[in-house]
Design a protein around this ligand. Sequence first.
Ligand code: ZN
Ligand code: ZN
Length: 116
Amino acid sequence: MSVALDTDEPLGHICDACGSGLPTQGWHVPYQQMGYYNGFTDNLDVLLSEEEPKYWFLCHDCIVKFLTLFPRLGEFLDQGEHPCDAEAPCCSWAWKLAEDGTLLVANADGWVAKSK
Ligand SMILES: [Zn+2]
Ligand SMILES: [Zn+2]
């Protein structure tokens, strides 16, 4: 499974996990189209185009909770998946430009220059 932070979703939705307003960084997950083995969600009507796919909107903080709960899934993401201008990184997947233009990514120590 490949997942990516989606920063282009329109605002105005709420997070389907926590009910808070959706910030600019989050996931728009087509859970009926994620694929499954041996069945978990019934997506036959979606596959037959008889029903529109349903989506989950997940806010930044719920994604961080999800990836913290399942750290192996977090390993699918690269460093520096979404921008963050805060003094300290908002999470392990943030990036920021330093004043000299250096690309910084988050790690356990805070912001560090991204290695090439
Ligand atoms: Zn949320
Ligand atoms: Zn973050």
